[in-house]
Design a protein around this ligand. Structure first.
Ligand code: CO
Length: 168
């Protein structure tokens, strides 16, 4: 497994819609393995393939010792609203308060192409929404009225949930 470079917000690929995966082969498995390694190294709790320069609908999330590999993920159900701090590995050092659905159901494929559904609440729901946004070229700063809402992690460490600070 290889730690790949994580691109930061100004990279154009982060603003492009990624393509659906149609071949579930060794190169996809290598990408997923490298993404997990890269996310852990950062460290973070979620990573989308375009953050490492690959324009495919692939994301990984690791929360509570569970790894979620998501290929072609789509939100099929969403409910509730919750405001919490959110960070992103492509916007290092900053967080902001972002409104997200409290609960989502996501349909995706695994690394072998098998379809599954995952339900998430709170932080897992936030991470799922954040990663699927990445795959559609959206960053959490797009939801802010002004970039002045960004807060330096170092200045607000006590207020901010450690896991979201780590970046998704
Ligand atoms: Co992110």
């Amino acid at each position: 497994m290889v730690v790949r470079e994580i691109l930061t917000a100004e990279a154009p690929i982060l603003r492009e819609k990624t393509k659906k995966v149609s071949t579930f082969d060794a190169s996809l498995h290598r990408l997923l393995d490298d993404m997990l390694e890269t996310m852990r190294d950062a460290p973070g709790i979620g990573l989308a393939a375009n953050q490492v320069g690959i324009p495919l609908q692939v994301a990984v999330i690791e929360l509570e010792d569970t790894i979620h590999e998501l290929v072609n993920p789509q939100i099929v159900k969403a409910s509730g609203e919750v405001v919490d701090w959110e960070g992103c590995l492509s916007i290092p050092g900053f967080v902001a308060e972002v409104t997200r659905h409290q609960k989502v159901t996501v349909k995706a494929r695994d690394r072998h192409g098998k379809e599954f559904r995952i339900k998430g609440e709170d932080l897992l729901a936030r991470a799922l929404q954040h990663e699927i946004d990445h795959l559609n070229g959206i960053l959490y700063i797009d939801y802010l009225e002004s970039l002045e809402e960004l807060v330096r992690v170092s200045e607000h460490a006590d207020e901010v949930n450690e896991e979201t600070t780590a970046g998704i």
